[in-house]
Design a binder for this molecule. Structure first.
Ligand code: SDX
Length: 439
């Protein structure tokens, strides 16, 4: 079914075996146009081949726009720089899910709704007891997020708009509580309940750093930094974890289970796991005098090492989120009394040297969102294992917005890619093997 909203009567021509097919072309409101190949197989009996989806738009979306060449990121049309300065995380969640900024009254109501959903069912505590204390907090995030699918059965009818909204609010609100519980469990401290008089970010810091003996005093500079980190990580169009959520959700699956799938995808070091890996890499480099050795490793085709927190599928310019994070770094370090942090100095030196290298210039590799975030989170007091958990908490905003958009899209179908089959055919069971089984 062609999209009336974006059809422009343009078409592309594809010739296969002397037969020409007209493929509709749709204009974006910003960014490149797309060629609609959805009818190609039924007409021409061919598939398109695009490993890693480097040239494929998997859906139409009105949520987030990235101009990778210029380093622009917009949520629902608003520039990330302005949102980071003027908005707060829950307003951004509302913006992403509902399509525009809420008015004062709407925002107040929404904040109250999110706050009221931060508590978890008491039975959830039993899930945590099943994990080893040394489990990675992301393992707990995946497991407990998936477990929510058995608890909130009054928000599972995805055909009902009210239940869908209730599920999105629960996912965003409870993700921070789960993340904080994962942290507390891993350090052997009692869980801290959420407090309704705190903002989302203050509350997360409180649940992580208060304990039974003492309440954590949340400083405005730290809570603003935390909130900005949440805003910057809230959505990023069709990245791997968001596409995972959409694909899982396309079968009509339980929304909490779909988000658990997104958390799993985010965990990998090529994606959200890079924030932990970037800080660990900086610690391994240790001193500016060793940078050259690591740059050479990154350039060596035979060495799997990559500069973590560098490079991006879409950005061929500085990631605008990294720019903002770099600025916040110094502010947070000053506030917590860290003067001349050797890791920040090392990161800045590494960036300077890498950006002058032919290899990085030619391949357009710049720092991404995961390069500086770890330095801030470490200064706030989080161990590296928590960095990706914090990314996941923020990204529940984007995942739920994109999941909602997908469910409400009249064109939505179950996701089902095809393949280029290059395996064997017509083997006879028991006959002599043509190839050795090497596994
Ligand atoms: C996130 O997609 C999103 O929007 C993700 C994200 C979000 O908000 O959701 O922005 C969050 O995932 C950020 C990215 C975090 N990952 C890392 O920092 C890990 C290090 N970076 C890379 O592995 C890589 O740059 C990716 C995974 C981010 C992008 O991979 P692509 O688009 O598949 O690019 P590629 O791996 O094919 O790289 C192109 C070339 C290759 O060289 P050639 O084979 O062409 O010779 O650049 C080289 C790569 O080897 N390259 C690097 C490099 N990144 C790419 N070389 C050294 N160090 C690097 N970091």
């Amino acid at each position: 079914m062609p999209r009336k909203t974006s059809s422009n009567n343009k078409s592309a021509k594809l010739t296969i075996n002397n037969k020409t097919y007209d493929l509709p072309v749709y204009d974006s409101t910003a960014g490149e146009p797309v060629i609609d190949i959805s009818g190609l197989h039924s007409q021409a009996k061919v598939f398109t081949y695009d490993p890693g989806f480097t040239s494929t738009a998997s859906c139409e979306s009105k949520i987030t726009f990235i101009d990778g060449e210029k380093g622009i990121l917009r949520y629902r049309g608003y520039d990330i720089e302005e949102l980071a300065k003027k908005s707060d995380f829950i307003e951004v969640v509302n913006l992403l899910i509902y399509g525009d900024l809420p008015n004062k009254e709407q925002l107040k109501k929404y904040k109250k709704l999110i706050t009221r959903h931060t508590l978890l069912h008491e039975q959830i505590i039993n899930f945590f007891q099943g994990f080893r204390r040394d489990a990675h907090p992301m393992a707990m995030m995946v497991g407990v997020m998936g477990a929510l699918s058995s608890f909130y059965q009054d928000s599972l009818d995805i055909g009902d708009a009210h239940q869908r909204q209730e599920a999105t609010r629960r996912i965003v609100a409870k993700s921070a509580t789960i993340g904080a519980m994962a942290y507390k469990y891993s350090i052997g401290q009692a869980f801290v309940s959420p407090k309704n008089n705190l903002t989302f970010s203050e509350n997360f810091l409180h649940m992580c750093f208060s304990n039974t003996a003492e309440s954590f005093k949340v400083s405005p500079i730290i809570s603003k930094a935390m909130d900005t980190i949440f805003i910057l990580h809230a959505d990023h169009e069709q990245n791997a974890s968001t596409s995972t959520v959409r694909l899982a959700g396309s079968s009509g699956a339980n929304p909490f289970a779909c988000i658990a799938a997104g958390v799993s995808s985010l965990w990998g070091p090529a994606h959200g796991g890079a924030n932990q890996a970037a800080l660990e890499m900086l610690e391994e480099i240790g001193h500016s005098k060793n940078i050259r050795k690591f740059i050479n490793k990154a350039k060596d085709k035979k060495d799997p090492f990559k500069l973590m927190g560098f490079g991006h599928r879409v950005y061929k310019n500085y990631d605008p989120r990294a720019k903002i994070l770099k600025r916040i770094c110094q502010k947070v370090l000053n506030h917590v009394g860290i003067k001349n942090d050797p890791i920040l100095k090392l990161a800045i030196d590494l960036e300077k040297i890498a950006l002058k290298e032919k290899y990085f210039i030619e391949k357009k590799l710049y720092p991404n969102v995961d390069f500086y975030s770890g330095i801030i989170l470490k200064a706030i007091g989080f161990p590296p294992e928590m960095f990706t958990v914090i990314f996941a908490i923020a990204r529940t905003a984007g995942w739920t917005a994109q999941w909602t958009e997908m469910i409400e899209d009249p064109i939505q179908k179950i996701g089902r890619p095809r393949q280029l089959y290059t395996g064997q055919n017509n083997l006879k069971y028991g006959a002599k093997r043509s190839k050795k089984n090497t596994r």
